[in-house]
Ligand binder design. Structure first.
Ligand SMILES: Cc1ncc(COP(=O)(O)O)c(C=O)c1O
Length: 455
């Protein structure tokens, strides 16, 4: 069979090996388009892995092969698979109170109060079912609040697949404008003209951003970014970048939107805005908030959110804030608030062991690389030779050795360590990962790197 690879933009042939996972995926392809419901999970170079169950830091496939999971379902499982308090809260909600009540519920209010406590800039918020939905609402809110239409996004940043924003965020280098910003390229076939008002700019480059703002300036409703770029490996903002963007957006009367879908509860308990002390106008959170249940939220000051309160800006959703998911979110947030003083140093320490250990291995073996750890997030970039510090999408595209990373990942997957084969994806560590887990991971990574990264 053949599959479209969004990384290369090519139609690739997939060869299946003879595992049960491979056979199951083949069966899946007869009913599910491509074998699963997200293209990211069935990329052509992804060795077949059909998951059966997860517990703590471990995952098992349908052949009962065990993996130490460094992906944590792309981030949400901040307390690991099957976290007991989350499971208990969800089970109790469903069995004693009902999964979906169709009315306001106290559990939703409790979860909202806790988000507000952790993210004080979200004075009022609304729940949604996915990061995509919440990002689309955040943009609508910025347009409503400013009565302007234009939006500035950044290269390599992903804000979901809605009509509002889905641009080719992993565009090839030759498609990127030389001057550092230009019109958004649609991310998929089948889009309308919704991106006509969207400009995409190089990230972490304040001069380029200033020029972009000067040109589009007073028409810009919102400037939206991942405050730590998490969809093109993991890159921190340069010193002062977020602060300057904040000042410039205030000067131009544009809303600053932080998409903290990845960084919320991971960069710190209060996200990147707490870590870097920069307050956006509008915030989106998701992933870790639900601990594995589909939840997201967008929020802002009371003043900005008045448009939603009054109904002037529509926001709805049958499943938005449904009770099962709210029970999960409430359990995650309760634990984060109760344990954050110990939890975050622990997450930082465990992730740091992996970061330092892998860095030492790759350095000893002379494998050129760069690495960034922020909280429980780790980005590993294998490079073609020693290159200057990479600070944005163009840098990774230019210097990243994606093929070598896939070779390493495939080898590690067969050795029972799972992280995503796309080097643009970060690794995600949970509170369930132990220092012993990291010792096992590093032992296998050392052997794996010696076998397949040394020329
Ligand atoms: C930063 C960011 N924003 C938005 C989204 C979209 O979220 P979802 O996949 O839940 O729609 C993602 C998904 O990975 C993301 O990483």
């Amino acid at each position: 069979m053949s599959v479209f690879d969004p990384m290369s933009g090519r139609q690739e042939r997939v060869s299946y090996n003879d595992s049960s996972s491979a056979r199951m995926l083949h069966r899946g392809c007869q009913s599910l388009a491509g074998g699963d419901s997200s293209t990211m999970r069935v990329l052509p170079y992804h060795l077949p892995l059909v998951a059966k169950r997860g517990l703590g830091s471990r995952l098992w496939d349908i052949d009962d092969n065990e993996y130490i999971d460094l992906n944590m379902a792309y981030g949400p499982l901040i307390f690991g698979h099957c976290a007991p308090d989350v499971v208990a809260a969800v089970t109790r909600q469903i069995s004693e109170f009902g999964s979906q009540l169709g009315f306001p519920t106290e559990i939703t209010i409790q979860a909202a109060e806790k988000i507000k406590q952790l993210f004080p800039s979200m004075e009022l918020l609304r729940f949604a079912n996915s990061g995509t939905e919440a990002c689309a609402s955040a943009i609508r809110l910025a347009r409503t609040a400013t009565r302007r239409r234009k939006l500035i996004l950044f290269e390599g940043h992903y804000h979901g697949w809605s009509e509002a924003v889905f641009n080719r965020y992993h565009a090839p280098l030759d498609a990127l404008p030389e001057r550092g910003f230009g019109p958004a390229i649609p991310g998929t076939i089948g889009m309308s003209s919704s991106l006509d008002d969207v400009v995409v700019c190089e990230w972490n480059n304040i001069e380029t951003f200033e020029r972009c703002l000067q040109e589009n300036g007073y028409d810009v409703a919102g400037v939206m970014m991942e405050p730590i770029m998490g969809n093109a490996s993991l890159l921190p903002p340069r010193e002062g970048f977020l602060q300057t963007v904040r000042e410039l957006t205030i000067d131009h009367g544009s809303m600053l939107i932080f998409d903290e879908v990845i960084t919320g509860l991971r960069a710190s308990s209060g996200g990147a805005q707490e870590r870097y002390l920069v307050t956006p106008d509008i915030t989106v959170v998701s992933k870790s908030i639900g601990g594995g249940s589909p939840v997201a939220a967008f929020g802002a000051s009371e003043e900005v959110m008045q448009a939603v309160v009054s109904g002037e800006m529509f926001h709805g959703g049958v499943f938005s804030g449904n009770a099962t998911v709210m029970a999960a979110a409430n359990a995650v947030l309760t634990r984060v608030i109760a344990e954050k003083d110990d939890l975050y140093p622990q997450l930082e320490r465990t992730t740091g062991i992996l970061a330092k250990g892998l860095h030492d291995i790759l350095t000893r073996l002379n494998v050129p690389h760069q690495m960034n750890q922020i909280g429980s997030l780790l980005g590993v970039i294998l490079t073609h030779g020693d290159v200057p510090q990479i600070s944005n999408y163009r840098g990774i595209r230019k210097h990243g050795d994606f093929d070598r990373y896939i070779t390493f990942q495939q080898h590690m997957q067969l050795e029972g360590i799972y992280f995503h084969p796309n080097m643009f994806e970060a690794m995600f560590i949970s509170a369930a990962h132990t220092e012993e887990d990291m010792a096992i991971v590093l032992g296998r990574m050392e052997a794996g790197a010696e076998r397949c990264l040394v020329c």
